[in-house]
Design a protein around this ligand. Sequence first.
Ligand code: ADP
Length: 367
Amino acid sequence: MAGLTLKNVYKYYNKNTIAVSDFNLEIKDGEFLVLVGPSGCGKSTTLRMVAGLEEVTKGYIYIGDKDVTHIEPKERDIAMVFQDYALYPHMSIFENMAFGLKLRKYPKDEIKQRVENAAEILGITHLLQRQPRQLSGGQRQRVALGRAIVRKPQVFLMDEPLSNLDAKLRVQMRAELVKLQRKLATTTIYVTHDQTEAMTMGDRIVVMKDGFVQQVGTPEEIYHKPSNLFVADFIGSPSMNFIEGKLVVEDNKVNFKAEGFNIDVSNLININEVIEKEVILGFRPENATMENPGNTKWSTPVNASVELVEDLGAEKVLFMKASNQEFRVKIFDLNYDVKVGQSKQVYLNLNKIHIFSKSDGNKIYGC
Ligand code: ADP
């Protein structure tokens, strides 16, 4: 097995379409790496360049320490799993899984052993003699995975492999895939536009936008320490609240001020360090509360009215309004009395707020 390195990788489809720009990353041997971002941000192009299905315009790709930038796909020792399972309809499941090995002229006995092994790992032994059309979506997806596993490649590449499954099955397969990857310990790059998949599956996540890497980190880092507005907004559900305002220095304190908000943020920002005044304050819905916690970690209150209550069973999401500013608060105390139209005092967790530059969106203060 091997790690994977991308060095200053660019992809131009033409002068006007720069799909990937200066992509740099070292993926460790056995790591599960997720590329995530909105449609068109360059995830698939990156994956396809690693696979050798797309030419690299500039830069280098290494598998282990071997430069594979200009090597044929079949020489790269990778296996790819696609969104549409691409099974051959007229072949049995066994034949589908064996196909790649047959092409590579593996001995019959070894093919049989590898297919049976993979089928056992995936719990599809009883399906080996069936045709693809006799299988459910989830079973077909397992076969597609099986076809990758039998090859015992250095690297798995997966492009939205769960998107064709219904929501419940997707969640189940998500967990199965993670367990499988841990068991096989094969370096994996997994592409998705779904931030929940990224958060729950990746050892590390790469967030992309418009062909540029925005941030690389563990799910925890990406969630708690987003490096810019885009990442902060893209990761998390419901997403982070953003309030546009100003930093104002008065009475030896730094205050964040916006309509309805006047919050002392001196714990985050040294008075002498206030350079940018036009900022955006970010806080996650779960990092605000209505019960006065009475310690210094919490902000002075924001007066807000309850506009809507979404009851999600184990938690509630409140849509609040302070002056004209709308934001959401998540509460976990199901006995807490809250009704539309009530006025509440909302306190923000000062250890969990983020302050971004209004001009370029980069984080300037906060954890
Ligand atoms: P994602 O996988 O994140 O949805 P892609 O990597 O498919 O994004 O696409 C990145 C950008 O490259 C998009 O602007 C897309 O329109 C463009 N693109 C992708 N494939 C081609 C192609 N074969 N020819 C021209 N432009 C392409």
